[in-house]
Design a protein around this ligand. Structure first.
Ligand code: ADP
Ligand code: ZN
Length: 288
C-alpha cells in the first residue's frame, strides 16, 4: 500500500511516498514560497502516484477542529502568504483521497511513538528547538489538540539573570522560543549556533531554558518520555546539561521510576531527522 506524506515547513515542503511500515520509498523537497507557487508543485508530485491517502504534518498555527468552518486551514501564521490558507482543502480537491492533518510537532511525536524511541507509549512530548520552538504532545494515547493545539514554544519562562540577550519573540518578552530558539542563540552570542559548540556558557544557559521548560511540561502533562529534536539539539553536549538542570529544578519533588534514569527519560529524536515525514505517513495510514 502506498501512502503520501507531506511535512509542511516554513522553509521547505518535504513530499514523500511511504509504506505501512513507515518506510520512506522516495522523497523530494520543494521550497516554501507562496501557496500559489508551492501548492501546484506538491500536487504535481502526488498526482498519478496512486496513493491511498495522505498525511500532512504542518507548521502552524493551524485549525484542527473538525467542526470548525476553517478546519484544515493554516490560521494566524507570521508567514503572511499562508495566513488563512486552506491547505487540506487544496490537497483534498486536487487528489481526492483522505487527508490526515496535524501539527508538524505532533507529526514528529507520532513518528517516534509509532516507529521510534517512544514506541508503544501513551504519554510523551516531542520538542523541536530550531528556527522556532514547538512541542507535540500525546496524552492518554491521543495527540493533544484541545482548544487549538499546544503552543509549547511560547510558554513563559524567566529570563536568566546572566542573560544579556533579548527575547526575539514579537509577542512575549520572556518565552521559551524567544530566549532559546536557534536565532536567539545567534543574536545573543553573535555567531552561528554550530560555531559555538566549544563555548560552555552558551550551552549552560540554553540547558537552563530548556530544562526549565521540561520541568513545566513534566508537571503539567506527566509524560513517560521527553524527546528533543531540531537543529539546535544536534549539539549533543546539551543533553547531559539539560538533564542536570532538570534534576536540580525538579528537586526531588516527583518520585517515579522513570525519573530515576534521566538518560532514558530525556532523549534525542531517534529516526535520523525523518521523524516528521514518518509521522506524516502514520497520519495518512490513520486517515485511510
Ligand atoms: P527548522 O526549525 O527551520 O525546521 P532546524 O530544526 O534545522 O530547522 O533549525 C534551524 C536552526 O537550528 C538554525 O536557526 C540554527 O541556529 C540551528 N542549528 C542548525 N544546525 C545546528 C547545529 N549543528 N548546532 C546548533 N544549532 C544548529
Ligand atoms: Zn513567544
Amino acid at each position: 500500500m502506498l501512502y503520501g506524506a507531506l511535512e509542511a515547513g516554513g522553509t521547505k515542503m518535504v513530499c514523500a511516498l511511504g509504506d505501512e511500515n513507515g518506510k520512506i520509498l522516495e522523497q523530494v523537497s520543494i521550497p516554501t514560497t507562496t501557496p500559489e507557487e508551492t501548492m501546484p508543485k506538491i500536487i504535481e508530485y502526488f498526482k498519478d502516484k496512486d496513493i491511498k491517502s495522505i498525511g500532512v504534518a504542518c507548521f502552524g498555527p493551524i485549525d484542527l477542529d473538525k467542526n470548525s468552518k476553517t478546519y484544515g486551514y493554516i490560521t494566524s501564521t507570521p508567514k503572511t502568504a499562508w495566513m488563512n490558507y486552506d491547505i487540506v482543502g487544496c490537497i483534498k480537491n486536487a487528489l481526492n483521497v483522505p487527508v490526515g492533518f496535524d501539527t508538524d510537532v505532533n507529526g514528529s511525536l507520532l513518528g517516534e511513538i509509532t516507529w521510534g524511541c517512544a514506541k508503544g507509549l501513551t504519554d510523551a512530548i516531542y520538542l523541536t528547538i530550531g528556527t522556532g520552538v514547538g512541542g507535540g504532545v500525546m496524552s492518554n494515547g491521543k495527540l493533544l489538540h484541545g482548544m487549538m493545539h499546544p503552543e509549547v514554544g511560547h510558554m513563559i519562562i524567566s529570563k536568566s539573570q546572566n542573560d544579556k540577550g533579548n527575547s526575539l519573540c514579537p509577542f512575549h518578552d520572556s518565552c521559551l522560543e524567544g530566549l532559546a530558539a536557534g536565532p536567539s542563540i545567534e543574536a545573543r552570542w553573535g555567531k552561528k549556533a554550530k560555531d559555538l559548540a566549544d563555548t560552555m556558557e552558551v550551552w549552560k544557559l540554553e540547558a537552563e531554558y530548556i530544562g526549565t521548560a521540561l520541568v513545566n511540561c513534566c508537571m503539567i502533562l506527566s509524560p513517560q518520555k521527553i524527546i528533543l529534536g531540531g537543529g539546535v539539539m544536534h549539539q549533543m553536549q546539551l543533553f547531559p546539561l539539560i538533564r542536570e538542570y532538570f534534576k536540580k529544578a525538579m528537586n526531588g519533588y516527583i518520585k517515579t521510576e522513570l525519573l530515576e534514569n534521566l538518560d532514558e527519560y530525556i532523549v534525542p529524536a531517534s529516526l535520523n531527522d525523518d521523524q516528521g515525514i514518518m509521522g506524516a505517513i502514520k497520519l495518512a495510514i490513520d486517515a485511510e
